[in-house]
Design a binder for this molecule. Structure first.
Ligand code: PSU
Ligand code: MN
Length: 311
């Protein structure tokens, strides 16, 4: 985007802009997790706590969304509350939705893909969240593959997550990322974490044990002009991880109900997240919140390391 278009469509909050101008660490955050990933008011409480954790770790949070047609990096507490309250009524915005929402002056809660796009436009390199979209089970016939994976292939933002849920086909997701040249890192682990649990039976491409090394690799990738993102998977802390058999049984039950109800397209992920939360009586929501806290703390540490390397 040229400077004029950027100015027209992108609004960076003064705090985030000041941090970027002065090489201070910034961590981007998505808003679909607020509107479509958790129920109100837990979603808003969590989003605000997440921002606080980033501050406590020495970085500036930049929650990203589309509000009244503007791409926004850095929201006020009132704006976060607005998105959280509106919940599923806000459009879930991935790459394809951005031009329409901007032209219409509408609101959008950004997915991982759309958040990466806006973060990159704003000049933010590190983005932390809970889980990413991937290749859905049965994708060999439905072709349901999240645009998040394509975005990781092309947009130079490091995404920190807790792996992917087994609502997805983790093996196919790994294969897809490999084809697209996206390196999958395990933070202090050799195994791909499966969101609610620390293990999945799948390996990562590389284990990295420090935020400093993650920052150096990101920097080197950029020096090499390789483009594309980096996927860092950070396992849920042991004390919050769920029992694998029980969560997998819940996920299977949610998938059966999804088929029965004929849920399809972009509604799939929010439907499954909600169903799993209801079936576990909130235990999965608590695990979800804790793993996000863990990821954003790591995000702040990596962003701090990146700033130091640029100093
Ligand atoms: N996975 C989660 N929680 C989430 C999402 C995925 O565990 O909130 C959200 C993210 O915003 C992600 C999006 O980018 O769902 C993927 O949706 P889809 O599969 O329709 O691309
Ligand atoms: Mn999909």
């Amino acid at each position: 985007m040229n400077a004029e278009s950027l100015k027209k469509h992108l609004v960076v909050s003064p705090e985030v802009q000041d941090a970027l101008d002065n090489n201070k660490p910034v961590v981007a955050l998505e808003s679909t997790i607020i509107s479509h990933g958790m129920p109100y008011p837990k979603n808003v409480e969590t989003a605000l706590q997440v921002e606080q954790i980033i501050r406590d770790n020495g970085a500036v949070p930049a929650t990203i969304a589309i509000i009244e047609g503007k791409l926004r990096a850095g929201l006020s507490a009132d704006e976060i509350d607005y998105l959280g309250k509106k919940g599923l009524e806000v459009t879930k915005a991935s790459r394809r939705d951005i031009p329409v929402l901007v032209e219409r002056g509408a609101d959008g809660a950004t997915t991982v893909a759309a958040t990466m796009i806006v973060a990159n436009l704003a000049g933010i390199s590190v983005f932390a969240t809970g889980g990413i979209g991937g290749v859905h089970r049965g994708a060999e016939t439905t072709m349901d593959i999240s645009a998040d994976l394509e975005e990781l292939a092309q947009t130079p933002v490091m995404v920190i997550c807790a792996g992917a849920k087994s609502i997805l086909d983790l093996g196919l997701t790994r294969e897809y990322l490999e084809t697209k040249g996206v390196t999958v890192f395990g933070y202090q682990t050799d195994e791909l974490p499966a969101f609610y649990t620390r293990s999945s039976g799948f390996s990562v491409d590389y284990r990295v044990d420090t935020p400093a090394e993650l920052a150096r690799i990101f920097h080197t990738k950029s020096e090499l002009g390789l483009g594309g993102g980096m996927l860092v998977t950070n396992p849920i802390p042991e004390q919050y991880s769920m029992d694998a058999d029980s969560i997998n049984a819940t996920i299977e039950a949610a998938l059966v109900e999804m088929d029965e109800k004929g849920i399809a397209g972009k509604k799939i992920t929010p439907f499954l997240l909600d169903k799993i939360q209801k079936l576990t009586g909130g235990a999965s929501l608590e695990a979800n919140i804790q793993l996000v806290f863990n990821n954003v703390a790591l995000g702040a540490q990596v962003a701090s390391q990146l700033s130091e390397q640029h100093a």
